[in-house]
Design a protein around this ligand. Structure first.
Ligand SMILES: Cc1cc2nc3c(=O)[nH]c(=O)nc-3n(C[C@H](O)[C@H](O)[C@H](O)COP(=O)(O)O)c2cc1C
Ligand code: SF4
Ligand code: SF4
Length: 298
């Protein structure tokens, strides 16, 4: 089987886990292309037998960058072309799978399954809170071990509770196995969208209600000119290409069209980008921990 996986990962959690999934597919004898959607024109899924869509949850839905990619995807040429959805999130994917399943169904694709893994949050406000409660980490680990339902709640104040475990890796591999079986079985219909991820109705409603305009309210960035070295990293990494270096000092200027992904904020090497009420560069996420990499880099 030829498998195409479209990937959007802002700080590496989803990338690490999907790389693991793709290596697993390859070990089963399949040909896999893991394509970073921020790196140029998307391959045509019609040239593949199975499509994967993998990205983090943001604002209780998928990323606006992945929305744009799916909206522009060519329609499926063969009936019910199979697709699997994958997310990493700091607690709750909300409406992510529902929104993508609808977008893909409109184009003739058939979502055959969806899966998410908890991973440390890269949302600076969330990390800022957890940085101030880290003394509770030992308690958090104990609570998180009690039940999978408790873990996301504990993860609200402790990122150690969100670090993936060997059983998360086993679950991901089990999901990949089911995806292969379902994709090769033409008689299996698409699961009801509401079964892709049952969650509290209010949370899904929040995800459905998030528009680019609303998200823009969470991302009013300013740059500290004393810290910024005009290195251009933020300009290069912005998936929507809305940052430019302007003026005599070549300071970053944020144009319209931001998708609120915080890539610029998390990757600025100087911690020069500020979003109120946090201090400039506070609580940036530097990517998967050594512990997490050991688990998924095989
Ligand atoms: C702007 C922003 C919004 C987020 N919103 C959510 C959310 O609504 N629910 C959630 O569970 N995690 C949320 N997160 C956490 C990310 O989904 C999580 O850290 C993910 O693993 C990041 O993946 P990546 O490293 O592949 O980009 C958010 C992160 C950011 C930066
Ligand atoms: S990444 Fe940071 S230091 Fe580099 S140009 Fe952007 S704001 Fe300035
Ligand atoms: S300006 Fe920053 S938050 Fe907005 S889309 Fe670009 S990288 Fe993402």
């Amino acid at each position: 089987m030829r498998i195409l996986v479209l990937l959007h990962s802002t700080t590496g959690n989803t990338r690490l886990m999907m790389q693991h999934a793709c290596r697993w597919f390859e070990r089963q004898g399949h040909e896999v292309l893991l394509f970073d959607v921020t790196r140029g024109a998307c391959p045509d899924p019609n040239d593949f037998d199975l499509l994967g869509v993998a990205n983090p949850t943001m604002y209780f839905r998928g990323t606006l960058t992945m929305d744009r990619i799916l909206i522009n995807l060519p329609a499926a040429r063969r009936a019910l072309h199979p697709v699997f959805l994958y997310a990493t999130c700091g607690g709750e994917p909300g409406a992510q799978f529902d929104i993508y399943a609808d977008l893909l169904a409109d184009k003739g694709y058939r979502v055959i399954g969806a899966k998410y893994n908890l991973a440390p949050s890269n949302y600076p406000h969330h990390r800022f809170l957890a940085d101030h409660t880290r003394l509770l980490n030992p308690v958090a680990l104990r609570l998180a071990a009690l039940s999978p339902h408790v873990r996301p709640l504990v993860g609200l104040f402790s990122h150690v509770a969100l670090e993936p475990t060997p059983s998360d890796r086993d679950d991901l591999e089990a999901f990949c196995r089911v995806v292969l079986e379902t994709a090769s079985s033409p008689r299996v219909g698409m699961p009801a969208v509401e079964k892709l991820h049952p969650c509290l109705p209010g949370v899904k409603a929040m995800g459905f209600s998030m528009t680019r305009e609303k998200i823009a309210r969470f991302t009013r960035f300013t740059v500290d000119p004393k810290r910024c070295t005009a290195c251009g990293v933020c300009v290069k990494l912005c998936p929507e290409q809305v940052i430019s270096l302007a003026g005599e000092a070549f300071m970053p200027v944020f144009g319209p069209g931001c998708n609120g992904c915080y890539t610029c904020y998390n990757h600025c090497p100087e911690g020069a980008i500020r979003v109120a009420p946090l201090p400039a560069g506070a609580a940036r996420y530097h990517g998967p921990s050594a512990q997490m990499r050991r688990l998924f880099e095989d």
